[in-house]
Design a protein around this ligand. Structure first.
Ligand code: ASP
Length: 432
C-alpha cells in the first residue's frame, strides 16, 4: 500500500486534478491520498491557505471578509463545475459560513482549504473522504496522540480501502480543529504512511525532485536522485523547501522510503529518500536562510563565570526564542537566532539580558544569513570545510560564523544578507 500526498500546486485547477487522477489510477496500490489546499495557478495567483489566513485576520479585527470569502469559494466552484462533480458544495460552504458567524477559530477556518479540496478530490476519484479530525488526535500542547491516532486510522481502514484525507490538521481532545505548522500536509502523509506501514510514501509536487540549490539563486541546479533521511533532515532544518522538517522521522523509524515526484512530469524518477544512498556526489545540497539576528553581549571574563550561560538561556527560554548558535570568547558571547521565533519587541529582551546578566554592553545585528553545505553522510565528506573555505577565500567573501557538525556532514557559515546569493552561487560552482 502506498500513501500519495499531492501539494497545492498539483491541485490548483481542473487541469491539475486530471493529472492527479491519472497518476492515482495508474497504480492501484496508491490507496491513501493526502491533499493540500488548492495552490497557485500561476506565479501571480494566491494560495487558498494564504487567503484563509488573511480572512481569519479580517474576522479577528472585525473587518468584513465578504469579498475575500467570495474569492476563495469561487476557486472551489470553478473546479467543481469544470470537472462536472456532483459534490453538494453549497451545503459545505453554508456550514462554514455559519461557523464563521458563530466565531469560528482561526485554526478551523484555515483548515477549510484542505477540507474542501479533499472533498473535491474524493468525489472526482471515487475514493472515500475521511475527515482528518476523525483520524489525527492531538493533545492540547499540539503534540500528536500517537496511540489514539493509530487506533482511529486502523478503524477507518477496516471499512475503507481507498481514502482521501485532507492534510494539515487534526483535532484537540475536545474535537476542535488543531492546525499543524505551514506545509503540514507533508506531515499528515508521513504519519499515515508510518501508521499503515506503507511500502512507499510519495510526495507529489511541482519540481523534479530535490535540487542541489535553490533554482532562483543558481541557474538550472542538478536534481539529486537519492538522499538519506539524515541528509534531508539537515537540508530541511537549514531552510531547503523540499519537505516539512517533521515529515521525515515518522517514516524514518519504519524505514519507509519517501519519493519526491513531479505531477507535471510523472515519468521522471524524482528523488528517493531512504536510509542509504549510492549517490557519489560530494554534497547533497546547499541551502540557507536570510534574516537571522545576532546579539553580542560583552562583559569582563564572561565565559569563565559559572552559571552565566544558564542564566542567559533562561531568559531566552522565557521569551520562547530558539537559539541556533552560541559563539563565545573570553569577554563576550554571541547568540544567533532566527527571526521567526523572535518576539516583536526584541529590545525588551535585550534590556532584561543587560540587567539580569550585568553586561557592559549588548548590541543587536539584524543582517545575518546562514548557509549550510550538506555533504554526503559518508566518509567521503571529510575535508568539505577545507573546500568551502578555499572557495570563499578566492571570492573574498567575509564569513562571520563557522560551524561544523559531527563527522563533517554539515558546514554552516554566516555571511551578510547582501552576500547571500553570491555565496550560494560560488559554492555551487565550486563544489558541484
Ligand atoms: N496548505 C497548507 C500550507 O500552505 C498546508 C500544506 O500545504 O501542507 O501551508
Amino acid at each position: 500500500m502506498k500513501v500519495a500526498k499531492f501539494g497545492g500546486s498539483s491541485l490548483s485547477c481542473e487541469e491539475q486534478f486530471k493529472k492527479v487522477k491519472q497518476i492515482v489510477k495508474s497504480d492501484p496500490t496508491r490507496q491513501i491520498i493526502v491533499v493540500s489546499a488548492l495552490g497557485k495557478r500561476q506565479a501571480q495567483d494566491d494560495k487558498i491557505t494564504d487567503l484563509l489566513y488573511i480572512l481569519a485576520a479580517h474576522l479577528r479585527h472585525r473587518v468584513s471578509g465578504k469579498r475575500l470569502w467570495e474569492q476563495i469559494t469561487q476557486r472551489f466552484w470553478q473546479v467543481k463545475q469544470e470537472l462536472g462533480l456532483q459534490l453538494p458544495l453549497e451545503r459545505y460552504l453554508t456550514e462554514i459560513e455559519e461557523h464563521m458567524q458563530q466565531g469560528a477559530t482561526p485554526e478551523y477556518l484555515v483548515s477549510r482549504g484542505e477540507f474542501l479540496t479533499a472533498l473535491l478530490v474524493s468525489n472526482y476519484l471515487g475514493y472515500q473522504f475521511v475527515d482528518a479530525k476523525e483520524l489525527f488526535a492531538f493533545h492540547y500542547d499540539g503534540k500528536l496522540d500517537q496511540l489514539k491516532t493509530e487506533q482511529q486510522v486502523q478503524r477507518v481502514l477496516v471499512k475503507n480501502k481507498k481514502i482521501v484525507v485532507p492534510g494539515f490538521y487534526g483535532a484537540y481532545p475536545n474535537g476542535e480543529i488543531h492546525l499543524m505548522s505551514r506545509g503540514g500536509s507533508d506531515v499528515t502523509g508521513a504519519i499515515l504512511a508510518s501508521v499503515v506501514g506503507a511500502t512507499l510514501y510519495e510526495n507529489w509536487t511541482d519540481v523534479a525532485g530535490i535540487l542541489l540549490a535553490d533554482p532562483q539563486l543558481v541557474a538550472d541546479p542538478v536534481t539529486v536522485s537519492q538522499v538519506t533521511y539524515q541528509e534531508l533532515q539537515e537540508l530541511s532544518f537549514m531552510g531547503a523547501n523540499v519537505l516539512h522538517e517533521e515529515a521525515i522521522s515518522p517514516v524514518e523509524v519504519k524505514n519507509i522510503p519517501i519519493q519526491i515526484k513531479n505531477t507535471n512530469q510523472p515519468q521522471l524518477v524524482g528523488t528517493t529518500i531512504s536510509e542509504t544512498s549510492s549517490d557519489q556526489r560530494l554534497i547533497t545540497g546547499i541551502t540557507g536562510k536570510k534574516g537571522y539576528l545576532s546579539l553580542l553581549m560583552s562583559k569582563r571574563k564572561i565565559m569563565p563565570e559559572v552559571g552565566f550561560l544558564n542564566k542567559m538561556m533562561n531568559i531566552f527560554h522565557h521569551y520562547q526564542i530558539s537559539i541556533e548558535y552560541i559563539l563565545s570568547g573570553y569577554d563576550n558571547v554571541r547568540v544567533i537566532f532566527s527571526q521567526e521565533t523572535t518576539p516583536l519587541n526584541i529590545y525588551q529582551v535585550m534590556e532584561e539580558l543587560e540587567t539580569e546578566l550585568a553586561l557592559d554592553e549588548i548590541t543587536l545585528d539584524r543582517d545575518l544569513s546562514l548557509i549550510a553545505v550538506v555533504g554526503r553522510a559518508s566518509k567521503q565528506t571529510v575535508g568539505l570545510s577545507g573546500k568551502v573555505f578555499t572557495i570563499l577565500g578566492q571570492h573574498a567573501i567575509n564569513v562571520s560564523l563557522i560551524s561544523q557538525s559531527n563527522y563533517d556532514l554539515n558546514v554552516v557559515i554566516g555571511v551578510r544578507d547582501a552576500d547571500y546569493q553570491q555565496t550560494i552561487k560560488v559554492l555551487y560552482e565550486g563544489l558541484v
